[in-house]
Ligand binder design. Structure first.
Ligand code: N01
Length: 659
């Protein structure tokens, strides 16, 4: 079991003080800002906040100036505060009052945090332990009503498991169908060398299962999958899982108000579950996009996609060609370069990548101790990350219509980011002008997903690495031909070519009251109300659905928790009415699409100089959310029944299973 968070331990202060003379030194090893916020929170004394403010240049720990004397005084004051709490037996305070909270947030990240952000901060950090993200019954339904209800969840990745946890807490019967033999979704499937998160894991994790002892700030794939498995076991949902089974289709039956969900077992046989509601948690990036290069079938060696890594292929000493330089390509390329004899990388177009000194840093035992033992430290650290990785960036992604350098940047702040990125590239590539010219994108920063420099640029300077600009012309028996007709020999070809992100739910057949979801969405135009519901698909909910990918940053886990809460509220609405169906009306649905499209028109992903996987053939951004996290949170915080047609349950409907 995970250890109890410090806020839940009655003897927390006396335990800390039993560290005797060491406590102050132990605190000195922690990050300044979370300590500062803990102190301000526990005492309401803002003097340290004021003293520190000029030294805090940004929201990352490395953006705080080194001020050892000030920190020593802060740590002494904290020890005295802990003693005071221990002696008086006072409980921990609830959330800071609104004005103080605002000042704490502003000072701690070195900039003004919009006041709209505060409800989200309070909810996420859950100081008063109200757990506002958990949906509670307004009228407890009878056991019979609950017993006769059934939800099918498709997928056991991050989102599907969050849904499972909340369904279990509410006592709603459910079954999770997972095509893989284990939980984890994308983190189960992506096992390429170097796979890791690029969002800090202390934030890219469930708000209701905070882990204080992460080994890294940016966890490796192994560490993430371990976390997901631990959560899964602690959630106690194993009895609800069906692994190695795949949903083939879901067909809505109006008469019974049930979804007929056809499931295929590993042996190919099929069975049907009749469910009141279906929650799709199939993810966005799980169907590899395999290019159809001429001659591909003639290649004699192994060829595989980054998300289907063939671990039986030993790359040591081999001549490898890698196609693609997106998030996967940038992580795996430097690792392959370490073992391959030669690595040739095909870069169709360059990506931007930001340097972060914490990317490969290990969390020290001292910091792990602080996260596990100092009350509220973990929470304030999470706030810093929440801000640093998400909404801080979004304003820099808005097009300034009067900006003269609009081809390469969007506004002054975006240009400043561009200059930082270029400077970093120049430093890394040691004045190799030819290479520098190849890797600097012409489009503004963030036009494609902003990547992290995972030793990418330094790998490009290795003697055994060659970067080929442009796409693949064709593949031969023994190599890959570039646009200039030059053949690059290959023993192995790795396709880091991304995913079919514009056809969510594929290849499932989903049929609502008026045809298939494919007819509604066409080949590449998925749309959903708040990214979750689609008119004429009653009681069908999508997690990580259209228009919910966080292009500017943030955490997909955060967004999916918002969607889970909304879905739980919709289910509450249905169940408390004794069953039936909710179907989003076309007017609010269309109004929301317009809001999203109008906002995207102002943002970087519709910049004419960018090609990215966010836009469909018609140029519409279909995958990304244009909203700050706080706005998406506000939009989804309350399920609004007036936006839905609600029909009562037919008298004879019965959920169940048929062979
Ligand atoms: O895929 P991508 P990815 N010929 O689509 C190129 C998440 N993720 O798997 O840029 C030649 O970004 C394509 O070229 P271009 C994250 O959300 C997260 O890397 O389109 N080249 C590009 O270089 C990410 O955004 C992590 O011109 C072709 C590359 O292949 C998303 O997954 C790690 C081509 C595809 O890049 C997808 O990332 C990994 C062709 N026909 C992934 N087709 C984390 O760190 C495509 N390309 C959390």
């Amino acid at each position: 079991m995970s250890p109890l968070p410090p806020e839940h331990r009655e003897s927390v202060f006396s335990d800390l003080l039993s560290e005797a003379g060491h406590l102050e030194d132990r605190l000195m090893a922690l990050d300044d800002v979370p300590l500062l916020l803990v102190y301000t929170h526990l005492t309401e004394d803002e003097s340290f906040l004021r003293e520190y403010a000029p030294h805090i240049k940004g929201a990352w720990a490395f953006e705080v100036e080194d001020v050892p004397e000030l920190k020593r005084r802060l740590c002494k004051a904290l020890v005295a505060t802990f003693r005071d709490y221990a002696d008086s037996g006072r409980p921990l305070p609830p959330a800071p009052a609104p004005d103080l909270l605002q000042r704490m947030c502003d000072a701690s990240v070195g900039t003004k945090v919009p006041s709209e952000y505060m409800p989200m901060v309070l909810e996420e950090l859950n100081f008063d332990r109200t757990d506002a993200k958990t949906v509670k019954w307004r009228q407890q339904p009878s056991p019979e009503v609950l017993e006769n209800f059934m939800v099918v969840v498709i997928g056991a990745g991050y989102s599907g498991l969050a849904m499972a946890a909340k369904l279990k807490d509410a006592g709603i019967p459910f079954t999770v169908i997972e095509k893989n033999p284990d939980v984890g979704g994308t983190w189960f499937e992506n096992t390429y060398p170097g796979v890791a998160v690029d969002t800090p894991n202390h934030f890219y994790s469930y708000s209701f299962r905070v882990k204080p002892d992460w080994e890294h700030y940016f966890a490796t794939g192994d560490e993430i999958i371990d976390y997901i498995r631990t959560c899964y076991h602690e959630m106690g949902v194993a009895d609800h899982m069906r692994f190695e089974e795949e949903v083939v289709s879901a067909v809505w039956d109006n008469d019974s108000a049930l979804w007929h969900v056809t499931v295929r077992r590993k042996d190919g046989s099929q069975y049907r579950i009749d469910a009141n509601a279906v929650v799709s948690a199939t993810g966005l990036l799980n169907r590899p996009a395999i290019p159809d290069f001429p001659g591909m079938e003639t290649f004699k060696g192994p060829i595989f996609h980054s998300a289907r890594w063939d671990h039986s292929v030993d790359l040591a000493g081999k001549t490898v060609v890698q196609v693609g330089t997106g998030a996967s390509g940038m992580q795996l390329g430097p690792k392959v370069a370490e073992v391959a004899g030669k690595l040739t990388i095909f870069q169709r177009s360059p990506h931007w990548a930001r340097y972060n000194p914490l990317l490969y840093a290990q969390v020290s035992d001292a910091v792990k101790w602080g996260l596990a033992n100092v009350p509220y430290y973990n929470k304030w650290y999470r706030f810093q990350l929440l801000w640093a990785t998400s909404d801080l960036v979004l304003p820099t992604l808005k097009k300034d219509p009067d900006w003269p350098e609009h081809e390469t940047s969007l506004n002054a702040a975006n240009k400043a980011i561009r200059e930082q990125l270029v400077e970093h590239i120049r430093k890394q590539l040691n004045g190799d002008e030819e290479l520098i010219a190849k890797v600097i994108p012409k489009f503004p920063p963030y036009g494609k997903r902003m990547l992290r420099d995972s030793n990418w640029y330094s790998a490009l300077t290795r003697d055994n690495v060659e970067l080929v600009a442009g796409t693949v012309e064709r593949i031969t028996e023994s190599g890959v031909v570039d646009r200039d007709g030059v053949e690059h020999p290959a023993d192995v070809i790795i396709l880091a070519t991304g995913f079919k992100a514009q056809a969510p739910l594929f290849p499932m057949e989903v049929i609502g009251t008026n045809g298939s979801i494919r007819d509604h969405w066409g080949e590449d135009n998925p749309r959903a109300h708040l990214g979750i519901t689609v008119p004429e698909f009653p009681n069908f909910f999508i997690l990580y659905g259209p228009g919910t990918n966080g292009g500017h940053g943030g955490s997909a886990v955060y967004n999916s928790e918002c969607q889970v809460r909304y879905t739980m509220q919709a289910l509450r609405e249905i169940i408390e009415r004794g069953g039936g169906a909710v179907d989003v009306r076309k007017e609010p649905f269309e109004a929301y699409q317009k809001l999203v499209d109008d906002e995207h028109a102002r943002l970087v992903w519709t910049h004419p100089g960018v090609n990215n996987w966010y836009r469909n053939k018609a140029g519409r951004v279909v995958t990304n959310s244009p909203w700050p996290l706080s706005k998406y949170r506000n939009l989804t915080a309350e399920f609004d029944p007036s936006e839905y047609d609600i029909t009562p349950a037919p008298s004879s409907a019965e959920a169940g299973e048929t062979a």
